[in-house]
Design a protein around this ligand. Structure first.
Ligand code: EAX
Length: 324
């Protein structure tokens, strides 16, 4: 009898501890990014947090880590793949190292505008490319936007492609991006984003290239006099979650995450487009000289890169986008 009471008491204790811990301990999704508070990824992540916490009645909590706090983009993707980090938002720049399917996005001037990019990202091609990360342990939830990339530097006004000749330009750790700047006669210098500010400041590199939102929120205007609106690459971003972790969640949690991500994606894209429009003026106010360029001229100068990489890119994707 005494023994039975003992067992019952233990069971009751166990159940109450379990339920307390269930009530007290939400599922925590840490989401890492290299970009700053106030930028597009962070604003999208805040929206995701609000939605997912609402849809799960607080059973899920999202903690956001901006400014490379959880690592550089490569570390973040690796961490998510291995399940050390639950989620991240990264540009597609480092993703060819995980799935070559992503290389299609790296080609210079592959999309003429945002709408064309979104059509590919949200259509069959984009869906297939996102899926290609699954063998790496990654469930890619959707494409967000990083944006059209432009060149900044502190040395001279860059208008024509030949103006970058001999300049040391930081690129992402991406083979096509590096080859493009080599084709233009520059010296591409790949490095992680978190190192770029200091490298510019110390003159290790002469310039860099990124969407305006990144330059603005990182205060690059404090150390860069010129921005040339080349828009040479369109840079998508990917919001991803560890597949192993996602698969361990009950269906209603999975559904809430998927729904919230879709809404956050739309929000982030709109936020990014709106900001992009305003930032030319904001950067001018900070003293930056903004240079308009002839994009056709730049497109022609970058064209040899297509031949160089054609054999490595899925012809189905090229055809779907370029229609030839
Ligand atoms: O994802 O490394 C870069 O230049 C990226 O554009 C940036 O980290 C945002």
């Amino acid at each position: 009898m005494k023994k039975l009471m003992h067992v019952i008491m233990l069971a009751v204790l166990f159940i109450s501890i379990a339920s307390i811990s269930f009530a007290k301990d939400p599922i925590v999704l840490r989401i890492g990014m290299t970009t700053e508070i106030g930028g597009h990824y962070h604003s999208g992540a805040v929206y995701f947090k609000e939605q997912v916490e609402k849809y799960t009645n607080g059973k899920v909590r999202v903690d956001i880590f901006p400014s490379s706090q959880l690592g550089n983009e490569r570390d973040l993707v690796e961490g998510v793949g291995m399940g050390f980090i639950e989620m991240c938002v990264v540009s597609t720049g480092p993703l060819p190292n995980f799935s070559p399917d992503f290389m299609i996005f790296d080609l210079p001037y592959i999309f003429k505008d945002r709408d064309e990019a979104f059509k590919t990202m949200d259509g069959e091609v984009g869906t297939e490319i996102l899926k290609s990360l699954e063998p790496k342990g990654i469930k890619a939830l959707g494409f967000w936007e990083n944006g059209f990339r432009h060149i900044s530097n502190n040395k001279k006004s860059i208008t024509h492609p030949e103006d970058v000749k001999g300049m040391k330009i930081r690129t992402m750790e991406n083979p096509i991006h590096q080859a493009t700047f080599k084709t233009l006669g520059a010296t591409p210098t790949p490095m992680a984003w978190s190192e770029v500010f200091v490298a510019l400041q110390q003159g290790v590199i002469d310039g860099q290239e990124n969407p305006l939102v990144i330059m603005y929120t990182t205060k690059l205007y404090e150390i860069q006099k010129y921005i040339s609106l080349t828009g040479h690459f369109y840079s998508p971003a990917v919001c991803m979650i560890s597949k192993q972790i996602f698969d361990s969640f009950p269906t209603e949690i999975q559904e809430a995450i998927i729904k919230a991500e879709k809404e956050a994606r739309d929000y982030e894209r709109q936020f990014s487009a709106k900001l992009d429009e305003q930032l030319v003026e904001s950067l001018k106010k900070e003293g930056v000289t903004i240079i308009e360029v002839d994009k056709e001229e730049w497109k022609n100068a970058c064209a040899p890169v297509y031949d160089q990489f054609k054999s490595q890119i899925n012809p189905k994707y090229l055809e779907a986008i370029l229609g030839n």
